[in-house]
Design a binder for this molecule. Structure first.
Ligand code: GLU
Length: 605
């Protein structure tokens, strides 16, 4: 579907203002009204000149606009991310962090940026303990304590400086415009707001922004964020140092240290100890990607501090010895579930911030280790969780070593985008503020929410006798599950993808990859396929379509235990077709469906 993003973005705002129920001021009259609909969404698009896929049509259109104006995949990724900061403010934005994976067409190499949030320099392993006991998770989420130094602005800056063609100011323009003119509230936005309503009410700056007139925004109304438009304009003009050393940095520090809670509220909001020095010393880090060979393809991912690359990589190595293309659906799911279980057991024991932990990244990705783990899988029985980890440095024959510990809890919300350009560059970028709505705390007058990423640390070891590589520490990055992935064949891109969903990100990426590469599904169908997620727990989560299918009974007869999860992940991806066209793909249904677009549409998928 071809469309002018500029027209549609503003169009949507204008027209929705017409049907608005008064939550928003009318949009600028400079934009003519043509149609009463918000931007159309399609989960798949094919063509030339580049591609963008995200959960949101306005954001995808922002990326396409930048590609049309001569930007490359990196510029488009930052433009899309910034727009998501407006339209998906509960998942993404200046107040969060993320991981950026980039394929450079000229050098045929994959590079990455670790833009994870960091703990304050004063943090130690007791960060989330009170009187020796772990804090209640919900109390920790809505607090200054959980806010890490944002990594997203530094990620954008590093990516643009290193590989982009446009300035930050240029790529922030579409997002600035959407923030100023407004975007149309959809069902997902309203229900995410409703899920947060109680805590949002307790913070006047958050309430003003997301509960206009004190009410939940109506579907079809226009939500504007003039504060964020100003912030983007300022950051574009002054550079991201504004957020690390400028007045904006001061505002962030003040907000974290003294969360601006309504004096009338009886909510206890613990302050954080983030300082100006913490912000000043933040660095987005360039890291070597993870890489595994899977059936002749090179699969690149994100190295620790994310556990995404090592865990997806290990599971692929485990699965490689089975011909999944010939397996029945039940056999395929059985193998996929067991490989995930094993890889999560190893992730829990070995992966944390490599600046603090001696993470055996290379050995976790070794085929020898995977083979020593794969042999645990039986066709007629199910492994018991929690499964003990293996030792990747001493991959003995067919065994687990050490003590089993359950996987610690992680929140689930973020957003993933994928871009490609006319030169053949590709970006897979997952960014987050952690929970839906992050800490719930908006920086007053700045228009964005602060993350609660530090709750991705283990509050305490799941078992005190088992070393936990993910306890808080000074300046430490909490372990992530974010798994932006790029697949190459002989140095040329084949596909790229990623997903939100906390620890389920890993299983979503793994299942989508095998769905596409082994089961022969078109990318958009591999993304849409009903999901299962096993993370070294007694029960494997199933989405309704699998829960209600006869496959469940077949798998239960092997010993599998299941529980229902209404929705897992929200993936997006791009694929390079053999004829040189790009195919962009997104969700058909989840989160109300995603938005895939290409610069010059051509033919059918
Ligand atoms: N904080 C999570 C992580 O880094 C991401 C949240 C989500 O994707 O839903 O693993």
């Amino acid at each position: 579907m071809r469309r002018s993003s500029r027209r549609n973005v503003s169009l949507a705002a204008v027209l929705a203002a017409v049907v608005s129920v008064g939550a928003a001021a009318p949009a600028s009259s400079a934009h003519p009204a043509h149609s009463p609909a918000p931007p159309p969404k399609s989960p798949v698009a094919v063509g030339y000149g580049g591609a963008v896929s995200s959960v949101d049509a306005d954001a995808t259109a922002a990326g396409i606009e930048v590609l049309r104006e001569g930007g490359n995949a990196v510029d488009a990724a930052v433009a899309t991310a910034a727009a998501l900061g407006v339209t998906e403010p509960y998942s993404a934005g200046l107040g969060g962090g993320g991981y950026f994976v980039y394929y450079d067409a000229r050098s045929h190499t994959v590079r990455t940026i670790d833009g994870r949030e960091t703990a304050p320099r004063s943090a130690d392993s007791s960060l989330f303990l009170e009187n020796g006991k772990p804090l209640d998770f919900a109390d920790a989420v809505t607090s200054g304590l959980s806010v890490g130094t944002p990594g997203t602005p530094a990620t954008w800056d590093t990516a643009l400086h290193t590989w982009g063609r446009k300035s930050l100011r240029q790529v922030l323009k579409p997002a600035e415009r959407i923030a100023r003119d407004g975007f149309v509230v959809d069902e997902t936005f309203r229900s995410q707001t409703a899920g947060n309503e109680e805590r949002f009410r307790d913070f006047p700056a958050t309430r003003k922004l997301f509960l206009p007139g004190g009410k939940l925004p109506e579907v079809g109304s226009v939500l504007r964020n003039p504060d964020l438009a100003r912030t983007y304009e300022e950051v574009g003009r002054k550079g991201v140092d504004e957020l690390y050393r400028g007045e904006l940095a001061e505002d962030v520090v003040r907000t974290v240290r003294n969360p601006p809670v309504d004096p009338a509220s009886d909510r206890v909001v613990r302050p954080g100890d983030l300082t100006a020095k913490d912000l000043r010393s933040y660095r987005a880090l360039r890291r070597e990607p993870t890489k595994v060979d899977y059936r002749g393809l090179d699969v690149y991912g994100m190295a620790p501090s994310s556990s995404g690359g090592t865990t997806v990589g290990e599971a692929l190595n485990i699965l490689e010895s089975t011909d999944l293309s010939r397996a029945s659906e039940a056999q395929y799911l059985h193998r996929y579930i067991e490989a995930s279980r094993i890889a999560f057991a190893d992730r829990g024991r070995w992966v944390g911030d490599p600046a603090f932990e001696d993470v055996p990244t290379k050995q976790l990705l070794g085929q020898r280790f995977a083979d020593a783990r794969e042999c645990l899988i039986r066709d007629d029985a199910v492994l018991t969780s929690p499964l003990a980890p293996g030792d990747p440095r001493h991959p003995g024959a067919c065994r687990s070593t050490g003590k089993a510990a359950p996987t610690t809890y992680e929140g689930e919300n973020t957003t993933h985008l994928t871009t490609a350009d006319r030169w053949g560059n590709v970006v897979a970028y997952t960014l987050t503020i952690e929970q839906t709505g992050g800490s719930g705390i908006t920086v007053p007058g700045r228009g964005f929410l602060l993350n609660n990423e530090l709750t991705d640390f283990s509050f305490a070891p799941a078992d005190p006798a088992v070393h936990d590589p993910n306890l808080p520490g000074p300046g430490k990055r909490p372990r992530s599950s974010i798994s932006p992935t790029i697949v190459l064949r002989h140095g040329e891109p084949v596909l790229a993808l990623g997903s939100p969903g906390g620890a389920t990100i890993i299983t979503t990426v793994l299942q989508t990859l095998t769905g596409k590469l082994d089961r022969g599904l078109p990318l958009v169908d591999a993304i849409a396929a009903p999901r299962a997620s096993q993370r070294n727990a007694a029960a494997t989560e199933l989405e309704p379509a699998l829960w209600n299918s006869p496959l469940r009974a077949k798998l239960e007869s092997l010993g599998h235990v299941f529980k229902l999860n209404p929705e897992i992940g929200a993936a997006t991806g791009v694929q390079r077709l053999p004829d040189g066209r790009w195919l962009a793909a997104a969700e058909k249904e989840r989160r109300g469906g995603g938005s895939a677009m290409v610069v010059r549409p051509s033919g059918r998928p």
